[in-house]
Design a protein around this ligand. Structure first.
Ligand SMILES: [Zn+2]
Length: 306
């Protein structure tokens, strides 16, 4: 089912059109009656093929329609890497809900790899983060939760590093969870893990995966993403992905091998992300739902802990 047939039913009797016009005029959208996978997939379709600026505008517009408070944090910095110096600008968008001294950060980058429509990487993560705000913000929380839409992840996580520098510190910090590439597959892939079986948030992921019935692969090595900006500042953080069966182990091997894939056993997801093939036609709404269910369960577990 496409999102246009969901949102614009036809033929519509006049009275239904009048109701529809009323909803459009309302300042805050009523809580969605759609199944979560339909709303998740709708976000991916809306975001794919758009520039980072257009994607940022979509995130802001959607947060406004949910009536959730958020801030924008523009940054200008210089990235030094690989023998080159590059001025980098961007805007992080941070929605906040809940309250309390303890703080959890959920992050999903909205920028794209040049030349890719960016459906799985990372409209999928943005969709999950938006629906967390949409469906969970009104619950009773004992933690403050920052849902961050990071810019410039594809330039060595410059955007999330700016957020950490300006807004994050160890006081009350529980964990950061990075949602990147969750649009295809049946396997939950989480990492990096350390030699002590942690970080502690992994325990909540193990419980959620067992309860929901999703196979979990924990990576000792995990492909770089925004969680690194937090780990580099000694703040606990993990990345989560939903990937096709076997790709968790393959991605760990790929990372261990300094980003060089085994030609006989390359992660299948690498033939899609960062390529022109990364389109919504290859996104599985059930995979998005898996990510949403896991993440919301993990957040509720963390929120209940002292
Ligand atoms: Zn990504």
């Amino acid at each position: 089912m496409t999102i246009s047939s969901l949102r614009l039913p036809h033929p519509a009797p006049l009275c239904r059109l009048a109701c529809f016009a009323f909803l459009l005029a309302a300042p805050v959208r009523l809580f969605s009656q759609n199944p979560v996978e339909d709303d998740l997939f709708g976000h991916v379709v809306a975001l794919e093929g758009k520039s980072a600026a257009e994607r940022g505008a979509y995130v802001e517009q959607t947060l406004k329609s949910y009536g959730t408070g958020y801030m924008t944090a523009p940054f200008h910095t210089v990235f030094i890497g690989r023998g080159d110096t590059l001025p980098v600008s961007g805007t992080n968008i941070v929605a906040h809900f809940g309250h309390g001294f303890r703080r959890i950060v959920v992050g999903a980058h909205y920028d794209i790899f040049p030349g890719s429509p960016g459906a799985n990487d990372n409209a999928s993560g943005v969709a999950v983060a938006l629906e967390l705000v949409h469906r969970l913000a009104a619950l009773d929380w004992h933690c403050g939760i920052d849902v961050c839409f990071f810019d410039q992840e594809e330039v060595d996580q410059v955007g999330s590093a700016q957020y950490v520098k300006r807004f994050a510190g160890p006081a009350g910090f529980v964990t950061m969870i990075d949602v990147d590439v969750v649009g295809r597959g049946e396997e939950l892939y989480v990492g990096p893990r350390d030699e002590n079986g942690g970080p502690p948030v992994l325990k909540a992921f193990r419980e959620a995966a067992a309860t929901i019935g999703v196979p979990l692969v924990e990576g000792w090595e995990y492909p770089p993403s925004d969680f690194l900006s937090f780990i580099n500042a000694d703040l606990p953080a993990v990345g989560m992905a939903i990937v096709p069966k076997g790709d968790g182990e393959r991605l760990s091997a790929f990372t261990r091998n300094q980003g060089i894939a085994d030609p006989n056993d390359a992660p299948t997801i690498l033939s899609i992300i960062h390529t022109p093939a990364d389109r919504s036609m290859l996104i599985e709404p059930e995979a998005l739902k898996r990510a949403f269910d896991i993440l919301s369960t993990v957040l509720r577990t963390l929120d209940r802990q002292e």
